[in-house]
Design a protein around this ligand. Structure first.
Ligand code: ZN
Length: 331
């Protein structure tokens, strides 16, 4: 409130706002921490993954205990942030944001911050933002390089204007290329500042640039992204191809030797599943997640039936394992 451009009136707007963070890794951890402490009204944290020890170098919300417990990131984030600011209503949603659920999940949000690690989900967010007219703030970081842009539907270019298809250099392999934690928090900081400008009614202060940084090569650039592309698929032709269900029910996860398999759309009974699996391997579970180790595979199973299967990069093999141990996956 003491910062004049926000002031008491801006803070009241922030406190009445709904913000979604999609992906709670390096960028999302920082965004969630900063926005909870800034006192947004509702904070929705959507993430499909669980905490691993190798995340801790940059994902500042999580602890070694979260990694030992294999806690879903959305649950761990909510738990830690609730004790940072109890006035914020925080929802941690353990889910894969996709064409089937995105519209409902992001209904009524004032702004979305990108914490994802893939262009598929970013194009989905971009399509939905244009259709439903909410702003979203693109951000990506790999190695020491980071990039961010704020997308205001109807004003200036969208992500698909700038990158009609996923740029090769920005399809990172986060776990093999590594990431400098300072770069992730620099990009996330810019995203948070932009978010607070939008929420507090200071749209005129937005940077309106495509910002890139390389904190190791010491390069800082802010280029004018120009006007919306006249033939942009998304914002001009309004072909929202990423809002159509693509049917990819088993997908390889970037650099993880893992495949995500979608479940049968009904809630799993972990106790019953444990009885079924106990003779095949090691099983442990809590209210949020089940770990089933059957060498050389490690299956992380969520209550909604989704699973991340480590030890293979072959979607077909992952679906066969899922069918054998959990049940028939989604058709
Ligand atoms: Zn566009």
């Amino acid at each position: 409130m003491l910062f004049r451009p926000i002031g008491a009136a801006g803070q009241r707007k922030i406190a009445a706002s709904r913000v979604a963070i999609v992906g709670c890794g390096a960028l999302g951890s920082y965004q969630a921490m900063a926005l909870a402490r800034a006192g947004v009204g509702e904070l929705l944290i959507i993430d499909r993954d669980y905490v691993e020890e190798s995340n801790l170098q940059r994902q500042s919300l999580f602890t070694e205990q979260d990694a030992r417990d294999g806690m879903p990131k959305a649950v761990a984030a909510k738990t830690h942030l609730a004790s940072a600011n109890s006035a914020v209503s925080i929802r941690g949603v353990v889910a894969d944001l996709n064409a089937d659920n995105a519209s409902e999940m992001l209904d009524g949000v004032d702004v979305v911050l990108d914490g994802t690690d893939n262009f598929e989900t970013r194009y989905l967010l971009n399509d939905l933002s244009i259709l439903k007219r909410f702003p979203w703030i693109y951000g990506a970081a790999v190695g020491s390089y980071g990039v961010t842009m704020t997308v205001l539907p109807g004003e200036g270019p969208c992500l698909a204007c700038i990158f009609p298809s996923a740029p090769a250099g920005l399809q990172p392999n986060c776990d093999t290329d590594g990431i400098l934690s300072a770069t992730a928090s620099a990009i996330a900081s810019i995203q948070v500042a932009e978010g607070l400008k939008i929420l507090s009614g200071n749209v005129a202060a937005l940077h309106r640039k495509l910002i890139t940084v390389d904190l190791w090569e010491n390069r800082f650039q802010a280029v004018n992204p120009g006007l919306a592309g006249a033939s942009c698929r998304a914002c001009q032709l309004r072909e929202f191809s990423y809002l159509k269900t693509n049917g990819s029910l088993a997908v390889r996860l970037c650099g993880r030797n893992s495949v995500q398999v979608h479940g049968g759309r009904q809630a799993l009974d972990f106790s019953a599943l444990e009885r079924k699996l106990a003779s095949h391997g090691t099983v442990r579970f809590n209210a949020h997640v089940m770990k089933f180790i059957v060498a050389p595979y490690e299956m992380t199973i969520f209550p909604d039936g989704r699973a991340i299967i480590k030890g293979t990069e072959d979607p077909g093999e992952a679906r066969r394992l899922y069918a054998r141990f959990v049940g028939p996956p989604s058709q």
